[in-house]
Design a protein around this ligand. Structure first.
Ligand SMILES: Cc1cc2nc3c(=O)[nH]c(=O)nc-3n(C[C@H](O)[C@H](O)[C@H](O)COP(=O)(O)O)c2cc1C
Length: 328
C-alpha cells in the first residue's frame, strides 16, 4: 500500500495529493491543467488567457473532457482598481455556468467574489504575498489561503517575506487552511510545509518544464539550464515587485529604475505581456518579462506532469520517513 498525505486541503478539494499548481498567464490551458488533475494534484486555467467568455467556456469544457471527474479550477485576477474589473463579470458568469469546482483568486480583495461563488457552490482559494492580506481574505470568507513567499515566480509582493517565515506564521494566525507557495519545487518542502501546519503547497516555476506546457522547447531548455539565481525582481521602485528571468528586457527595466525614472510611459514598451507571449512562441528568452522564480533550481529535465508530481511525492514521503528517525 502506498502511503498518501491526507490534509484539510485534500479533503476540501477531493484531490489525491496536497499539491496545487498555480494559474500561469498564457500557459495554464486545458491540456496542462487536465494533466495536473490526472496526476492527482490540482491546476487552474488562467481566465485572462481566454478573455472572451466563449473561449473560456470552451477551454473549461475541453479540460473537463481531458480530466474526467478530476477536480480542476480557474485562476481569476482581481485588479486592485474596481473600475478595471468590469470584464471579470463575464468570466465569473462562465465559471458559474460551467460549475467549476474552485477558483484561485489573486490581486485585489476577493470580498465581492466570495458571496457570488458561495451561492453557486464554488470554492474560493485566495493567493496573497503576506499574512496581513490573508487576514482580510479570511474575514471575507474564502475557503483557503495560498501564501506565496519572496522566492516565487511572478508577484511576491512588496514586503518580500520568505516562504519559510510565511509557512510557519500563516497557520499560527489563520484558521483557514493555508497552502504554501514560492520557491517550492522539491517534495521535501511539502513535508516541511505540512509539519509547519500548512495543508498543502503550490508550484509554478517548477512546472514550466512540463511536456504538457505548450511553450517552445527552447524556452523550457532555458529553464532547465537556469539555476534560479538568474531570477531578478524588477519594478521595486514602484512597489510592484515582479520576479522574472534575468534577460535583456528585465535588465533594461532595472537600468531605468537605477536611473530613478518612474513614469509609466518610459517602461510601457518593456512591460507588455505580449513580449512574454512571443518568447513562449519563439523560444527566444532574451525578450519579455518572463515570470520565473528561484525554484528553477529544481527544474532540471523536461518531463510529463505525471512524472514530475510522482517524483515530488516520492521526495515528500522520503522526507516524512526521516522525521521518526530524528526523534528520541
Ligand atoms: C510563467 C508564470 C506565469 C504566471 N502567471 C500567473 C497568473 O497569470 N496569475 C497568477 O495568479 N499567478 C501567476 N503566476 C504565479 C503562480 O501561479 C504561482 O503563484 C507562483 O509561480 C508560485 O511560485 P513559484 O514560481 O516559486 O513556484 C505565474 C507564475 C509563472 C512562473
Amino acid at each position: 500500500m502506498t502511503i498518501k498525505f491526507k490534509t484539510r486541503i485534500t479533503d476540501l478539494l477531493g484531490i489525491e495529493h496536497p499539491v496545487l499548481c498555480g494559474g500561469m498567464m498564457h500557459l495554464s490551458d486545458a491540456k496542462y491543467v487536465a494533466a495536473v488533475a490526472n496526476a492527482g494534484a490540482m491546476g487552474f486555467i488562467s481566465a485572462l488567457t481566454f478573455p472572451d467568455p466563449k473561449q473560456l467556456k470552451d477551454e473549461i469544457q475541453k479540460c473537463r473532457d481531458l480530466a474526467g471527474n478530476k477536480t480542476f479550477g480557474v485562476n481569476l485576477y482581481i485588479s486592485p482598481r474596481d473600475d478595471a474589473n468590469s470584464r471579470l463579470d463575464n468570466l465569473l458568469s462562465v465559471v458559474r455556468d460551467e460549475n467549476v469546482a474552485v477558483v484561485e483568486t489573486a490581486g485585489g480583495n476577493p470580498g465581492f467574489i466570495v458571496p457570488l461563488m458561495k451561492e453557486a457552490g464554488i470554492k474560493v482559494i485566495h493567493k496573497v504575498p503576506a499574512v496581513r492580506f490573508a487576514l482580510s481574505a479570511e474575514r471575507a470568507g474564502v475557503d483557503a489561503i495560498i501564501l506565496v513567499g519572496a522566492e516565487c515566480g511572478g508577484h511576491p509582493g512588496y514586503m518580500m517575506v520568505g516562504s519559510m517565515v510565511q509557512g510557519a506564521e500563516g497557520p499560527q494566525k489563520l484558521s483557514t487552511p493555508v497552502i504554501l507557495g514560492g520557491g517550492i519545487g522539491h517534495g521535501s518542502q511539502l513535508t516541511a510545509a505540512l509539519t509547519m501546519g500548512c495543508e498543502g503547497v503550490l508550484m509554478g516555476t517548477r512546472m514550466l518544464i512540463s511536456e504538457e506546457i505548450w511553450a517552445h522547447r527552447d524556452y523550457k531548455q532555458r529553464i532547465v539550464e537556469g539555476t534560479g539565481l538568474d531570477s531578478v525582481v524588477v519594478q521595486t521602485t514602484v512597489k510592484n515587485h515582479h520576479r522574472v528571468l534575468h534577460n535583456e528586457t528585465s535588465e533594461a527595466v532595472l537600468e531605468l529604475e537605477r536611473q530613478g525614472i518612474k513614469d509609466y510611459e518610459s517602461f510601457s514598451h518593456l512591460l507588455s505581456g505580449s513580449l512574454a507571449y512571443k518568447a513562449y512562441v519563439s523560444g527566444d528568452t532574451d525578450q519579455g518579462l518572463l515570470d520565473y522564480g528561484q525554484s528553477a533550481c529544481f527544474a532540471n529535465e523536461i518531463a510529463p506532469v505525471q512524472q514530475i508530481i510522482s517524483q515530488f511525492m516520492d521526495e515528500a514521503l522520503c522526507a516524512a520517513n526521516r522525521i521518526p528517525t530524528l526523534l528520541r
